[in-house]
Design a protein around this ligand. Structure first.
Ligand code: GCO
Ligand code: MG
Length: 402
């Protein structure tokens, strides 16, 4: 089965998405997500200018060989742009292989290891009361795990807190918005949020929190320790993951489980974290970590070291990525939890999909392939709009991780 065409489709149904659609001489098509929030056009150009010409005429069945050809063949390795572009090709080829076999992709990955994929939602609010009301709303919807993010008294804005409730959209504007950060204000406030949450919802609900890369290892260790009485399911991205060895310090001081991975693109960028058991959950996802082929390799390494999956699932990962993530989630032995931020109606219209939510779980569906597509006519009605992620500064003006 030969690849006859590949198109890069950029659309903005409320937010930007980049999608690769591959066509074959047998009439089967496949889709892959290539969205890199705030840097979308770099991946679109990488695909259009450097990858699509190499795909035409290739055997669509040769997924592994195509992965190696694009990865090793580029000479330049790793990085979010390269790995998102390769991911899009890889995901589309798995979609095609599933359709050719007449099977959902999870069947090709070894079949089901569980009935459904447990997901967590985001309870956000300016105040603790507002956050707790949101938690109650998720419980009414059947969720078994909730992430809590709250405005910090004395700071004008905080990561994870926005006007929208079921989705959070930080990318906007033709220049990046600037936020202000104070580690001192944050560290003294967060334990109060979780104390109230445990008081209200009891000991069993899985509670999560995202630090969004803002602390140093010793500050993160202090936070982890102060949250121990509230038994978090995970503390996410406590420090930037550039220095894998930095996590050892956190580990030496706290039993709060650590989750990392949404900005990690390759197995080489998390191998030390995993091999040294410095983390508990690896949160890479299909689009930014080289597709189903490469992410499965990361999850397999993780399984050997007591590390479970916790894939990123924010609104900037398209329904194509979510579908692919669910096929992996349902099949791997070491699944932990899947993030699920709902998409807008316009996004769901552009990306018709078969996966569905029920009672705290997502189900990938039984359609052959990934069970997701892009409606190109609908996509054309939503042209690209430049949007940047915010930049963060300390109160004295120093640039700080956002
Ligand atoms: C999460 C993430 C997101 C990121 C976003 C960046 O845990 O869901 O931290 O909110 O900020 O995906 O593009
Ligand atoms: Mg995060």
């Amino acid at each position: 089965m030969k690849i006859t065409d590949a198109r890069v489709i950029v659309t903005c149904p409320g937010r930007n998405f980049v999608t690769l659609k591959i066509e074959t001489d047998e009439g089967l098509t496949g889709v892959g997500d290539a969205t890199l929030n705030g840097r979308e056009l770099a991946v679109a150009a990488y695909l259009r200018d450097h990858v699509v010409p190499l795909l035409i005429g290739r055997d669509a069945h040769r997924i592994e060989d195509t992965w190696q050809y694009l990865y090793q063949g580029a000479y330049w390795r790793r990085g979010p742009v390269t790995m998102s572009a390769i991911a899009a090709v890889d995901t589309a080829l798995w979609d095609i292989k599933g359709k050719a076999a007449g099977l959902p992709v999870y069947q090709l990955l070894g079949g089901r290891s569980r009935e459904g994929v447990t997901v967590y939602g985001h309870a956000n609010g300016e105040t603790v009361d507002e956050v707790l009301d949101e938690v109650a709303r998720y419980l009414d919807l059947g969720y078994r795990a909730v992430r809590l993010q709250c405005g910090v008294p004395g700071l004008p804005s905080t990561y994870g807190v926005g006007a929208d409730k079921m989705f959070y959209e930080p990318a906007r504007g033709t220049v990046p918005e600037e936020n202000v950060w104070s580690t001192e204000k944050y560290l003294s406030f967060v334990p109060k949020l979780f104390a109230r949450a445990r008081e209200e919802f009891g000991p069993e609900l899985r509670l999560l929190h995202d630090v969004h890369h803002r602390l140093t290892p010793i500050e993160a260790a202090r936070l982890g320790r102060s949250l121990e009485p509230y038994g978090l399911y995970w503390l996410e991205d406590p420090v930037p993951a550039d220095l894998q060895e930095g996590f050892r310090l956190i580990r030496e001081h706290t039993t709060t489980p650590i989750a990392v991975g949404e900005v990690i693109n390759s197995i080489w960028d998390c191998a030390d974290l995993i091999r040294n058991q410095l983390i508990d959950f690896i949160r890479c996802t299909v689009v930014h970590a080289g597709g189903i082929t490469h992410l499965r390799r990361i999850f397999d390494l993780a399984a050997l070291h007591h590390v479970r999956s916790g894939s990123h699932g924010a609104t900037d990962l398209s329904p194509v990525c979510m579908a692919a993530a669910l096929h992996l989630d349902v099949s791997i032995p070491n699944f932990g939890l899947q993030e699920y931020m709902r998409h807008t109606e316009a996004t769901d219209e552009v990306f018709p999909h078969g996966y569905h939510y029920a009672d705290g779980y997502l189900f990938p569906g039984e359609e052959p392939g990934l069970g997701v597509d892009i409606d190109e006519e609908a996509a054309a009605r939503y042209p690209y709009r430049q949007a940047y992620l915010p930049v963060n500064r300390l109160e004295d003006g120093t640039v700080h991780p956002w």
